[in-house]
Write a protein that binds this ligand. Structure first.
Ligand SMILES: [Zn+2]
Ligand SMILES: [Zn+2]
Length: 255
């Protein structure tokens, strides 16, 4: 599947793309994945209903047509930044994020097709856990500031950012599957979701571009403005080095 036989760390990529390892979440994490995945559509619908009603009353319902693409683009950006951060910073041993965020992304480069073995909840559950408090906060803010058109617009945008982000791993999974449903195939060809050939560019040397994996709409722009390298430069200026730089300096010290 990937064009190169080694990944960004020089480690060999499994020719089949599968590790053959089956890992399951612990009982607490599994409970959170299931419960938030079930509650997520309810919270999304409630937010949309409240915010939509407010915009309707103010004759501003047309703003939803603007909020939907903005939300989806926002979701693509979130997917790119989270993916870039997990690929570039920290290690699998970093507390809190190491096992839950860094490891899955790093393993994905060695076994890109392991994601295809994940069930729906395993695929979307992690992001539902993060989206849950955000959507609750949106409901609370609307209850607190019921007359704000700006808040209603922001809530619709945020609700679609959450939906796009929750759906990202499913779109990413489709991009690695050998066969997908006709609907998924149509969505990929229409570029409404991550297209496999486009995503393959991320799994190809130099492995440091095309991080956005919701639909990849932002990748050409972010590549053009060298967004992630500039971000790395800014963070290095603030003393936050990438995992690669840290590794090289620790090797120099041990030499
Ligand atoms: Zn990656
Ligand atoms: Zn991938």
């Amino acid at each position: 599947m990937p064009a190169s036989l080694v990944n960004r760390n020089g480690a060999p990529i499994s020719s089949s793309g599968y590790s053959g390892i089956v890992e399951h979440s612990g009982p607490m994490h599994s409970f959170l994945e299931y419960s938030t995945s079930i509650v997520f559509p309810v919270l999304f619908a409630l937010n949309l209903h409240w915010a939509g009603s407010r915009l309707y009353e103010l004759d501003l319902l047309w703003l939803i047509a603007l909020a939907i693409p903005l939300g989806i683009i926002g979701g693509d950006l979130v997917s790119g930044i989270v993916h870039w951060a997990a690929d570039t910073y920290c290690s699998v041993d970093t507390p809190v994020v190491g096992a839950s965020l860094v490891k899955p992304f790093r393993m994905h480069h060695v076994y890109p097709r392991d994601i295809c073995t994940h069930g729906l909840i395993e695929t979307v559950g992690n992001v539902c856990i993060l989206a849950f408090p955000l959507l609750l906060l949106c409901l609370y803010l609307q209850w607190w500031l019921p007359d704000s058109a700006l808040l209603a617009f922001a809530v619709v945008c945020m609700a679609f950012v959450c939906v796009a982000t929750v759906a990202t791993n499913q779109f990413h999974k489709w991009a690695h599957q050998e066969r997908v449903s006709k609907v998924a195939h149509w969505l990929q060809r229409a570029r409404l979701v991550l297209e496999p050939e486009h995503h393959r560019l991320h799994h190809t040397e130099p492995f440091n571009k095309y991080y956005c994996i919701t639909n990849g709409w932002l990748n050409p722009l972010l590549n053009r403005i060298d967004f992630f390298r500039r971000l790395e430069g800014t963070l290095a200026f603030l003393g936050i080095e990438t995992a690669k730089v840290k590794e090289m300096s620790s090797r120099r010290v041990s030499d």
